[in-house]
Write a protein that binds this ligand. Structure first.
Ligand SMILES: [Zn+2]
Length: 201
């Protein structure tokens, strides 16, 4: 039987969907590509299908992911980009061979070039990160307001006021936390219901 892996969080921006494969970086971190096969799965759902992935290629992917996270975070808070992260992103961008092709329906697809396709797929992700960090696209990098998350996301809302990397997870959790905080204020002993059980589990 196949082990259950954490679900992917899929966004509309390739580079930040990729950095989202590690979530809760400042809390209980969740690794969503724990095995090479899960990276293959992730690439497939992002239209970058590859045949296989080695543990070494997974390491490369994670190296790129953390470099994008570091550079995107710096860009979001308007700090200087960390040189090491820029180096890793550029290295990945130039290492792979991928070509954009147009389908008869007028959609863009990526055609990966070599036998070691993972590197090609990573180059597409690196190029996507470069385009958002360089400010070429309509949107703005921002950090998730959840203190345990702080994921960099690409805010394309008109007012640029999006607060959460993902409304269904971080946004919802915050709403629940606020509800519990209010509830606690109202409770006579100052404790939210169920806290004793939680402490013993
Ligand atoms: Zn978040």
């Amino acid at each position: 039987m196949r082990a259950a892996f954490p679900d992917f969080r899929l966004g509309r921006v390739l580079a930040t969907s990729f950095t989202g494969t590690l979530s809760e970086r400042y809390g209980k971190a969740v690794e969503r590509i724990p095995t090479p096969h899960r990276l293959v799965d992730w690439l497939a759902v992002n239209d970058l299908a590859v045949d296989s992935c080695t543990p070494a290629q997974l390491d490369l992917a994670r190296e790129l992911r953390e470099a994008i996270h570091a550079a995107a975070t710096a860009a979001a808070v308007q700090e200087a980009l960390p040189a090491a992260a820029v180096h890793v992103i550029n290295d990945h961008s130039t290492r792979g061979r991928a070509a954009a092709v147009l389908t008869p329906e007028g959609e863009r697809r990526w055609r990966l070039g070599s036998a070691s396709c993972v590197e090609d797929a990573l180059s597409v992700i690196a190029a996507d990160a470069i385009s958002i960090i360089a400010g070429e696209r309509d949107g703005e990098l921002a950090l998730c307001a959840s203190p345990t998350c702080r994921a960099a996301f690409f805010d394309t809302s008109r007012s640029r006021t999006r607060k959460w990397c993902d409304m269904n997870t971080c946004g919802n959790r915050q709403k629940k936390a606020r509800f519990h905080a209010n509830h606690r204020k109202d409770a006579p002993d100052g404790r939210p219901p169920g806290i004793d059980e939680e402490q013993h589990t």
